[in-house]
Design a protein around this ligand. Structure first.
Ligand code: RFL
Ligand code: PHB
Length: 388
């Protein structure tokens, strides 16, 4: 088998890149370890920046997102029993859309298959070779057969636990990371949204987030021990904890409903600045992770592949390698700003068990400053909507 771009991973990064390349007349093959049903049903992100919506719309895959996504013009910060609105649109002229990541995946898979795009699901034993040469290869097992794919470029869009990043020799790889001493307990609930807008709540018992998925499904999270187990959390205990953390003095309460999914996720900040080695390029979670407090992960995956698609287009149109060479620096400029914002939101909103009383007082003072100062609220809003 031979193609121009061998793309590893059918997440938002891999599928969108394949689609953007197709629109530019560049061939690709996408290799994915999971099944189509699995990738189309895994619950992850929800918040799309305006720039992400524009890219999806311009690529012709934004129709369902525009029809079914919910446009949000603000978010709320809750602390000290009060809710404070950050008016994103008034402060930045932009908005965000809540549209589930697995729906983005469904739209992209449908678009790729309608255009006879090649996505090979349920591959195994994926190995990358020859990235220091002009003829890199990917070998893998597909339907019981050992296969070899030759390509001009290999693009690692295989997430944090994929194989692509580790195909770069450790001695040539530079990585920065921080893990946090807490995780998020996430639940999906059958009930109407408790709030029209997302609520990020700081409380001494720990952070909580009120988000939505659809008009009948809520997505709620609360800070937890990353090593805890969902078995320790019967529904009553979850509701008691959420009510305690998001209590407000105006009588507003979270709508309860049937909890039909529970999971715990760890939190880390991670950047592999070596986003290119020879003919291998990394994009999305394969190269960087943000804690979800800033809602940036999928948006970064989308902006990475937009830069990469432009660079490959320029290369194939005879524009040389300047854009390909410049890809890591261009992508990293945005990545580091999103890393900073996600770290800052995480630090401002979570309870750190080892914080001194003085540090706790500073955390509260920072929140008061953000909601009390137009300049600080605007800085938060610009970062949240991705207005840079
Ligand atoms: P993905 O989505 O992890 O996709 C990688 C794909 O590669 C496959 N794969 C392989 N395929 C072939 N060979 C191998 N060896 C392979 N190894 C792995 C995997 O099966 C998978 O299908 O990476 P991608 O495309 O870079 O996309 C990144 C985003 O998925 C991620 O950043 C977001 O979900 C993060 N995120 C959020 N991002 C936002 O922009 N807004 C949000 O509101 C938001 N909320 C979240 C989030 C992530 C969360 N979790 C679960 C970590 C909320 C949560 C709870
Ligand atoms: C979500 O709806 O899953 C979500 C929303 C906002 C975040 C993180 C996750 O910051």
């Amino acid at each position: 088998m031979r193609t121009q771009a061998a793309i590893i991973g059918a997440g938002p990064a891999g599928l969108l890149l394949s689609h953007l390349l197709h629109l530019q007349g560049i061939e690709s093959v996408v290799l994915e370890t999971r099944s189509r049903a699995d990738i189309e049903s895994t619950i992850r992100a929800g918040v799309l920046e305006q720039g992400t919506m524009d890219i999806l719309t311009n690529a012709g895959v934004g129709e369902r997102m525009r029809a079914q996504g919910a446009l949000h013009h603000g978010i709320e910060l809750a602390f000290g029993c009060r809710r404070h609105r950050i008016d994103l649109t008034e402060l930045t002229g932009k908005a965000i859309t809540v549209y589930p990541q697995h729906e983005v995946i469904r739209d992209l898979v449908a678009a790729r298959l309608a255009a006879q795009g090649q996505i090979l699901f349920e591959v195994a034993d994926v190995a990358i070779g020859g990235i220091d040469t002009d003829a890199p290869t990917v070998t893998f097992t597909y339907r019981g057969e050992h296969e070899r794919l030759e390509a001009d470029f290999v693009i690692g869009c295989d997430g944090f636990h994929g194989v692509a990043r580790n195909a770069i020799p450790a001695s040539a790889r530079q990585e920065f990371q921080r893990t946090y001493p807490f995780g998020w307990f996430g639940i999906l609930v059958e009930s109407a949204p408790s709030s029209q807008e997302l609520i990020y709540a700081q409380h001494e018992r720990g952070f909580a987030l009120i988000s939505t998925r659809t008009p009948t499904v809520q997505r709620l999270y609360f800070q937890c021990d990353p090593h805890d187990s969902v078995e320790h959390w019967p529904d009553d205990r979850i509701w008691a904890e959420l009510h305690a953390r998001v209590e407000t003095s105006d009588g507003w309460r979270i709508n309860e409903g049937r909890i039909f999914q529970k999971n715990i996720i760890g939190m880390r900040s991670f950047v592999c600045t070596t986003m290119r080695h020879g003919r291998l390029f990394l994009a999305g979670d394969a190269a960087h992770i943000v804690p979800p407090t800033g809602a940036k992960g999928m948006n970064l995956a989308v902006s990475d592949v937009r830069f990469l698609a432009e660079a490959l287009d320029s290369h194939y149109r005879g524009g040389g390698t300047a854009l390909l060479d410049g890809y890591p620096a261009r992508a990293l400029q945005r990545i580091w700003r999103a890393e900073y914002f996600s770290w800052w939101m995480t630090r401002m909103l979570h309870t750190f068990a080892d914080a001194t009383p003085f540090e706790r007082a500073m955390q509260r003072a920072e929140l008061e400053n953000v909601v009390g100062s137009r300049a600080l609220a605007q800085a938060l809003a610009e970062n949240y909507v991705g207005a840079f």
